[in-house]
Write a protein that binds this ligand. Structure first.
Ligand SMILES: O=C[C@H](O)COP(=O)(O)O
Length: 252
């Protein structure tokens, strides 16, 4: 059975008071409700240890938004997989389109990061997706195929099963414009078929593939009901319990 997941990427939002308040609200929500999916958050790295303190029984998975491709050393501003492992974090986002757009991250970087994370027992949430120009040019299937192959295909079958993929069309991130459930489903099925071609259907069927890009309480249910969509990576709507909890409940 594939994991079903609703993950909130807080991006660069919230001061320490507001971050703690939302974590405490999330904990209370999780303790008082039955959820049919795993709930993860990726707060800014400054708040990762606080998240581990609040979710001391691992009620909610705690993810970094990025990790270094290096193991340690003179890399100012970066955090390493060792650091994440030492606070018992659950994993890290890797290759988010904002990292690609503003920090020059490529799929070769992602490949090294995914491997480092797996070696430390962390879950890599590998993000990919095409830009608007690429979609308009009809290149979206090819772009996502190349991204997936470069970032993941050096992994063994056992390793790739532990990776979570988040398909996030760049044109749908933070824009209010969502891929239709059908558009998302066809890319998710495409990603799964690429993995199946290399590793076999059984392996591909175990890989969770999340959709990200303007998921909101009113569209989550329809998106998550698609056969190859195993949950969501949520940005803006993860910043308020009211919205995020409704998205979690789309699995009920
Ligand atoms: O990581 C999350 C995605 O970038 C989606 O963000 P959004 O829900 O604000 O569109």
């Amino acid at each position: 059975m594939r994991r079903k997941i609703v993950a909130g990427n807080w991006k660069m939002n919230k001061n320490v008071i507001d971050a703690q308040q939302l974590m405490v609200q999330l904990l209370s929500y999780k303790n008082n409700n039955t959820t049919n999916c795993e709930v993860w958050i990726a707060p800014p790295s400054l708040y990762l240890m606080m998240a581990k303190d609040v979710f001391e029984k691992d009620e909610i998975g705690v993810f970094a938004q990025d990790i270094s491709e290096h193991e340690s050393g003179a890399y100012t501003g970066e955090i390493s997989v060792d650091m994440l492992e030492s606070i018992d974090a659950t994993g890290s986002l890797i290759g988010h389109s904002e990292r690609r757009q503003y920090h020059g991250e490529t799929d070769s970087h992602c490949n090294r990061k995914v491997k480092l994370a797996l070696d430390k027992g962390l879950i890599p949430v590998y993000c990919n997706g095409e830009t608007l120009e690429q979609r308009k040019a009809g290149q979206h299937f090819e772009v996502v195929k190349n991204q997936t192959e470069v970032a993941l295909f050096t992994l063994s079958a056992e390793e790739i099963k532990k990776v979570v993929i988040a398909y996030e069309p760049v044109w749908a991130i933070g824009t209010g414009e969502t891929a239709t459930p059908e558009q998302a489903q066809e890319i998710h099925a495409h990603i799964r078929s690429i993995i199946a071609a290399k590793y076999g259907q059984e392996v591909a069927d175990e890989v969770s593939i999340l959709y990200g890009g303007s998921v909101k309480p009113d569209n989550a249910k329809e998106i998550f009901s698609q056969p190859d969509i195993d949950g969501g990576l949520i940005g803006g709507a993860a910043l308020k319990l009211e919205d995020f909890s409704k998205i979690i409940e789309a699995f009920n």
